[in-house]
Design a protein around this ligand. Sequence first.
Ligand SMILES: Cc1cc2nc3c(=O)[nH]c(=O)nc-3n(C[C@H](O)[C@H](O)[C@H](O)COP(=O)(O)OP(=O)(O)OC[C@H]3O[C@@H](n4cnc5c(N)ncnc54)[C@H](O)[C@@H]3O)c2cc1C
Length: 429
Amino acid sequence: MKAVVIGGGIAGLLAAHVLSESHDVVVLERDKLSDEPEYRSGVPQGRHVHGLLVRGGEILEELFPGLRAELVEAGAHLTDAGEAQLLNSVGWLAKADTGLPLLTVSRPLLETHIRRRVTAKIVDGVHVTGLSFSGSTVDGVVTRDGRVDADLVVDASGRASKLTTWLSDAGVAVPEPVVVDSRTGYATRLYTAPEDFPVVIAELAGAPDHPRGCAVMRIEGGRLMVTAQGAAGDHPSRDPEEYDRFLASLRGPLAEMLADAEPLTPIYLFARTASRRSGYESVRDWPGGLVAVGDSACSFNPVYGQGMTVAALESLLFRGHTDFSARGCHAFQKKVAKVAAEAWAMSSGADRGWTDDEPGTAQRLLGWFMKKWQAGIVHDPDLFRRFVRVVHMKATPASLMNPVVFRRLAKYSRQDPRPERRPGGSSPR
Ligand SMILES: Cc1cc2nc3c(=O)[nH]c(=O)nc-3n(C[C@H](O)[C@H](O)[C@H](O)COP(=O)(O)OP(=O)(O)OC[C@H]3O[C@@H](n4cnc5c(N)ncnc54)[C@H](O)[C@@H]3O)c2cc1C
């Protein structure tokens, strides 16, 4: 069987790698690719913090043994996930060893190292402009320069995928996507990293009172990636003075901590951050020979760092799935939706606090539970460890719904905040 994968981002590379265990696979990527890590126009989000969740890191290591060590050799940082210093609207989260390895790296370095290890053929500079059909089955793709035959087409062309339009043009009825938009804007700048700077430090925005946040990560090259984030339209600016004012307006000490860091780049913006679920799994006359993965099928508000890990989980679905008839592809799309569903529930659930929708009972309950959590994970190392496992997709959110957790949570309330600034100036711990 010959498979064509549209897009050589993380989802496309991983899908192609797993598919190539048993099929002839070619990845068609619109951008010209370099052998070295470089920002590229097809992945504008690559300039911004890309946190790889622990579960995603594990899958990458399973698919490409030794990748983690290779990345560390290239300058990435490895730490315990519990070492991340996080400030929520109650205070600094508890500190606890989790035994979970967290890798921090820029998106271009990560992608380049994955690409070097992918066994499928990658052809760059090819812009796919549509699907080719034989009856109701997809039998290839149309490109700017011609056509490529395929028994299976995998759309991994990301957030800006045209798949819905291509399907509609072919007479396939596609539902309106579900969109949850926190109206978050990103602004990122690279700095030199002062020697004792934490590997990860972040101030988390929280609906409805704290729209501003920031994530700072040590990356390769002795640099810090600083991504300021503003929800509900309260976006950080590309103007350096306004950017600094935004950082100084945060509740935590990030601006002071960055005082000795030298800016290395201009400030880059990104604001297309809405979570979007395509609903492809519910398309009844879904064609044979076609599946969609990654951001094309479901994209998430990036502040939760879920996209690459969901793409990694989805790539594993190709193992053991051999039926790419219309029925088989529809079944595959249902599996994709199931993989994305938990991540979706977590991120879009939290983001509904930013939307104007009137909360239903389930939403109010979730809001109450989240408030308890905010306090619980500040005060209680055990709850913090459980939280880390869920956020990093090592455990399901359902694992938090148990009597032990409820008993512990009952002790905490938001009226019992920790000081927002830890004593001792620049270091929050
Ligand atoms: C600002 C921002 C920050 C993010 N931060 C994180 C994070 O911290 N952690 C995390 O896990 N995820 C993060 N994500 C999400 C992450 O980037 C994606 O979920 C992940 O890379 C999987 O995306 P993908 O491969 O589906 O799409 P992409 O990575 O966007 O790749 C799509 C590829 O398809 C190519 N392409 C597009 N159209 C065509 C075409 N017609 N023909 C040929 N090629 C085409 C593009 O050039 C690109 O290479 C972030 C996203 C954004 C927007």
